[in-house]
Design a protein around this ligand. Structure first.
Ligand SMILES: [Zn+2]
Length: 147
């Protein structure tokens, strides 16, 4: 497991080759998910083998970024100093329209946290993830907004 002692924690670990393409896609403004070359199933999280057919080759494939709010939590108290300026914020599990079994964990932004509802439509946006504890660094990531 990647060390939590990375100097840029809690930014994503861009050296993890399992998610390199995910973050490269976000930097281009694309939400990309690995798709099995053998059976065509999306595979999320990225795995070494397809959970449906055991295939071992994938193509990172852009999806349209529409989804629905599957579950969420409103974080009102920071448990790490890096998050103190962000609270309250919403972390959500977003089921993609392209394949609702693909559920992306991310932030739901530009919303009233108390007005969120299960299954509500969301659209992807790409925003820089920044933390005051990691000055001068930002990582573009997919986030979601109410549609
Ligand atoms: Zn497969």
């Amino acid at each position: 497991m990647a060390s939590l002692k990375r100097a840029d924690f809690p930014l994503p670990d861009l050296s993890d080759e399992r998610t390199t393409e995910f973050f490269a896609g976000a930097a281009r403004g694309e939400l990309v998910i690995p798709k099995c070359d053998s059976c065509g199933a999306f595979c999320w999280y990225p795995e070494e083998r397809c959970l449906k057919c055991d295939g071992d080759a994938f193509t990172w494939t852009a999806v349209d970024g529409h989804g629905r709010l599957y579950s969420w939590a409103v974080v009102r108290r920071a448990f790490l100093p890096a998050f103190e300026e962000m609270v309250p914020f919403v972390t959500g599990l977003v089921a993609l329209d392209a394949d609702p079994t693909v559920r992306i964990v991310s932030y739901v932004v530009d919303c009233d946290p108390d007005a969120l509802a299960a299954d509500q439509p969301l659209d992807v946006v790409f925003r820089d993830l920044r933390f005051p504890t990691v000055p001068d660094r930002a990582v573009p990531v997919p986030m979601f907004v109410p549609a």
